[in-house]
Write a protein that binds this ligand. Structure first.
Ligand SMILES: *Cc1c(COP(=O)(O)O)cnc(C)c1O
Ligand code: SF4
Length: 342
């Protein structure tokens, strides 16, 4: 840009964001946004922001190193006993902090198309899973795998169930919160098989996302005998305070969803305005421990860049002393504990 060029307007910048990253919000989420509140935590997650154009040096298009562990298209196999199966690249909403933001999006924006596995690609992915007897669990992901039809979900469930060593089918989705009416009884039935156990993990970041309709969608899943867990991304301006996190975790437990992971934000491009420090995440985790039931405690984790997997980030509650250990109690005081067998 020449020094005399006019500074781009906000609308121009937002056009640049939308040309680069997919944008979508569902009516259910749109309805939750408080237009009077410039810091609305729902708007912050889905409305494009000019700061997405600022890319920090440490940010990467493949922040958690999926590529390094992809033996065939659609499969990521990083841990021996479990493999990801990415069924498609579309989502009902596009989170502005998405860790796969360079991969997800509608076909018109995405150079990879909508990423839906063709019949041949799905066959090849299933042949891979079948050929690796150590795969005990298949994690269905994307994009959002709840975007597929009930018919296709049933086909995938039955074909995975037919592989003797696959015991667990785990679906990772944002749909029950952001587009709850998609969770029809037919779709829920399509997730179940006698041959394997199904779990659903809900991605949710703020208690307000748990609307009456969302809670009803969750009830349809859990009432069908499918246990639910949740994963939350720690986001500045959305849930980085103890009250917001506590309210979310309590609301999830009340809805029969067990908090599973609190993710430290992955270093995807243009997401630094959402990033908390690890020290802030540890302090929030500690506050949650002090305030709430054990049922309300997710594991605070980081996905190590380069494909090295997840690591727990909570501060250790044990330290060695000369004659044993100190253990930290809920209030933060260190209590002596003798070495075992002493
Ligand atoms: C996160 C992740 C998993 C699942 O890990 P869990 O700790 O079992 O939830 C599996 N494979 C890959 C590639 C992952 O990134
Ligand atoms: S729902 Fe998941 S995959 Fe889709 S945009 Fe949000 S974070 Fe990314």
């Amino acid at each position: 840009m020449s020094p005399n060029a006019p500074r781009p307007s906000r609308a121009d910048l937002l056009d640049q964001v939308a040309a680069r990253y997919a944008v979508a919000i569902t009516p259910a989420m749109e309805a939750l946004i408080d237009a009077e509140d410039p810091a609305d935590p729902i708007a912050a997650q889905f409305r494009p922001d000019a700061r997405e154009l600022e890319i920090a040096p440490s940010e990467s298009a493949d922040p958690i190193g999926d590529e390094a562990h992809s033996p065939v298209k659609g499969v990521v196999h990083r841990y021996p006993d479990r493999a990801l199966l990415k069924l498609l690249h579309v989502c009902p909403v596009y989170c502005r902090f998405c860790f796969r933001r360079e991969m997800v999006g509608p076909p018109n924006l995405n150079r990879l198309g909508d990423g839906t596995l063709t019949h041949e690609e799905l066959d090849a992915a299933l042949v891979y899973v079948e050929s690796r007897p150590e795969i005990w669990e298949v994690i269905l992901t994307g994009g959002d795998p709840f975007m597929i039809s009930a018919r296709r979900a049933r086909e995938i469930t039955l074909r995975l169930g037919a592989i003797p060593h696959v015991k667990i089918l785990r679906w990772h989705t944002r749909v029950p919160a952001v587009d709850p009416l998609r969770v029809t009884p037919d779709f829920v039935a399509a997730l179940r098989t006698e041959a394997a156990t199904t779990y659903v993990v809900l991605h949710i970041n703020h208690a307000r996302e748990l609307t009456r309709e969302a809670r009803a969608a969750i009830a349809r899943i859990v009432d069908a005998g499918v246990p639910m867990l949740s994963q939350t991304v720690l986001l500045k301006g959305v849930n980085d305070d103890p009250d917001a996190l506590e309210a979310l975790m309590r609301a999830l437990v009340e809805a029969r969803v067990k908090p599973y992971y609190l993710h430290h934000l992955d270093k995807a491009p243009g997401t630094s305005h959402f990033r908390c420090t690890i020290e802030q995440g540890q302090a929030l985790t500690r506050a949650l421990h002090e305030r709430a039931s054990g049922l309300c405690q997710p594991n605070y984790v980081l996905d190590i860049p380069g494909g090295h997997g997840k690591a727990p980030l909570a501060e250790p509650s044990l330290r060695q002393t000369n004659d044993g250990y100190d253990v930290r109690d809920r209030e933060g005081a260190w209590r002596a504990y003798p070495r075992d067998n002493s």
